[in-house]
Structure formats: structure tokens, C-alpha cells
Write a protein that binds this ligand. Structure first.
Ligand code: NAP
Length: 257
């Protein structure tokens, strides 16, 4: 065996280290986005968290490690201007999403609610990629967030399934069109974040219990689980156009929610 070649390939193995890299996480002040922002910071990156509201450090001392930028992903001009102000960076992650809302089943759906959700999540994700991409440095990446419903429709949630599937399709298209920038999507399962705070405490506890009983992982997902996948996607130079499911095996069992 040629040991010299063997050693060379070993020394270039990708790591999760993000030292010297600059990240923008749209949606990074809460939930999954915050988990990704924290993990990236621990891995050495400078992290900008962007969303509609700027929080004071009295209110959110845990955000002291990050620069905050105000950005409403529904507003194309605001998105363009926010990325112009940010300037060059290495990795874009878009986790933000509007509230799911209550538009009803397909036949009764209030189309305004459907349009608002689709525009917010899908076209908002599109706008972040469109105006973030020109500022990405060489070897950069873009990561989107969809959800298990992209592949497992549920009655009453046609808009969520369609929107998540559209986000996944967009990442494949952009992996080609923006190459060599890498573009991927993470498809999380149930992650116990404030996104679920609309549920009464008892219902939320019941959901957690069902997850612990049925998911092969025997626990609910944490933001850190998704963050680990995000770091992998940012740092592995050979992964693009991929959807990674991180769901504790939710895809293998009947729906719990
Ligand atoms: N948690 C789960 O179980 C789960 C499961 C499947 C899929 N997902 C998907 O994963 C993503 C993140 O979920 P999460 O649990 O982290 O949700 P989350 O904690 O509710 O976070 C949503 C974030 O989006 C930001 N946001 C909302 N509207 C925005 C807008 N118009 N412009 C910019 N930012 C906006 C919010 O910040 P501001 O209020 O400051 O704008 C907030 O930081 C979502 O796309 C969700 O659909 C989550």
C-alpha cells in the first residue's frame, strides 16, 4: 500500500470546525435556528442571527455571542438590504418560518392563510437564498429547513406539505444553479421548541410522551440534534442537493400529532 497517499487523504478529512467562518442564520434567535447558531459559535464561527425582532441583551442575555440583524423574510427589499449590509460571509442557514396559522382543511381553507404561509416560508426562503448567495465566499453553503410532512402528508395540512416539498425542490434546483455553492435541506421531525407553545401544556406533555413511547429514538428531538446535521452540511465539501432527515425514526412509525 502507498502509505504516503493514505496519509494525505487522512489529513484532509472534513471536520466540523468552523473557525474563521462567518454564518448567517435566518431564524437564529429561537428554536432550531438558535441551536444551530450556538453550535456554530462553539465550532469557532462568527454568527449573525437574523429575524424580524432585535432583542435587547437585558431581555435575551444569551444572545450576547451573536450579532443581531433585523430582517423580515416576507419583504424582498428588506432581505436584499439586510444582506448588502452584512456583506461577505460563508454559510447561510434559513430556519425561519411564519406561524402555521389555522386555515382549515383543503376544501374549507382560507386561501389568504395558505398564501401567507406559502409566501412566508417558501418565497421567504427563496428571497434569503437569492440575496444571500451573491455574498457567499468560495466553499460556501446554503441550508434550508423543511419538515417530515414534506414526505408524510396529514389531513388538514396540505399547505405545509406542499410548502416543505417546494423548499426541498428549491434546494435541489439551487445546488445545480448556484454550484459550486452547496445547497441542502434538513428535514426535521418533532423537535421540542417554542414552535409548539401554541399547544396547551397538557397536550404538549401528551405529545412528548407519545414520542417517547413510539419513536425509535425514544425521545423528542432537540435543537442540538438538528444543529449537528447543519454543521455536517456546512463542513462536508462533497454533499450538495441532498435532503437529510433528522427525526429519531419518526418516518418509521404512525403520526403522533
Ligand atoms: N420544531 C419542530 O418540531 C419542527 C418540525 C418540523 C419542521 N420544523 C421547521 O423548522 C423550522 C424552525 O422551527 P423552530 O422550531 O425553530 O421554530 P421557531 O422557534 O418558532 O422559530 C421560528 C423563527 O422564525 C422567525 N421568523 C418568523 N417569521 C419571520 C419572518 N417573516 N422573517 C424572519 N424571521 C421570521 C422567528 O423570529 P422573529 O419572531 O424574531 O421574526 C423565529 O426565530 C421551521 O421552518 C419549521 O417549519 C420544525
Amino acid at each position: 500500500m502507498n502509505t504516503a497517499n493514505h496519509d494525505r487523504s487522512a489529513s484532509s478529512a472534513p471536520s466540523l470546525n468552523l473557525s474563521g467562518k462567518k454564518l448567517v442564520v435566518v431564524g437564529g434567535k429561537t428554536g432550531i435556528g438558535l441551536g444551530i447558531a450556538r453550535a456554530a459559535r462553539l465550532s469557532g464561527a462568527t454568527v449573525i442571527v437574523a429575524s424580524r425582532r432585535i432583542a435587547s441583551l437585558e431581555e435575551r442575555p444569551d444572545l450576547a455571542d451573536f450579532e443581531q440583524v433585523s430582517l423580515d423574510m416576507r419583504d424582498e427589499t428588506a432581505v436584499r438590504m439586510a444582506f448588502e449590509r452584512i456583506g461577505s460571509f460563508d454559510h447561510l442557514v434559513v430556519t425561519a418560518a411564519p406561524d402555521i396559522g389555522t386555515w382549515g382543511g383543503f376544501m374549507d381553507a382560507d386561501m389568504r392563510g395558505v398564501r401567507s404561509y406559502l409566501e412566508g416560508k417558501f418565497l421567504g426562503t427563496w428571497a434569503c437564498a437569492r440575496y444571500g448567495a451573491p455574498h457567499l465566499r468560495a466553499n460556501g453553503s446554503i441550508t434550508f429547513l423543511s419538515g417530515g410532512m414534506a414526505a408524510r402528508p396529514k389531513i388538514g395540512y396540505a399547505a405545509v406539505t406542499s410548502t416543505f416539498a417546494a423548499v426541498e425542490a428549491l434546494s435541489g434546483s439551487l445546488a445545480l444553479e448556484l454550484a459550486p455553492t452547496r445547497v441542502n435541506t434538513i428535514r426535521p421531525g418533532f423537535v421540542d421548541t417554542d414552535m409548539w407553545s401554541f399547544l396547551p401544556d397538557q397536550a404538549r406533555e401528551g405529545l412528548r410522551k407519545k414520542v417517547e413511547e413510539t419513536f425509535p429514538s425514544r425521545r423528542a428531538g432537540k435543537a442540538e440534534d438538528i444543529a449537528h446535521a447543519a454543521l455536517f452540511l456546512m463542513t462536508n465539501p462533497y454533499v450538495t442537493g441532498t435532503v437529510i432527515e433528522v427525526s429519531g425514526g419518526e418516518n418509521l412509525v404512525p403520526s403522533v400529532s
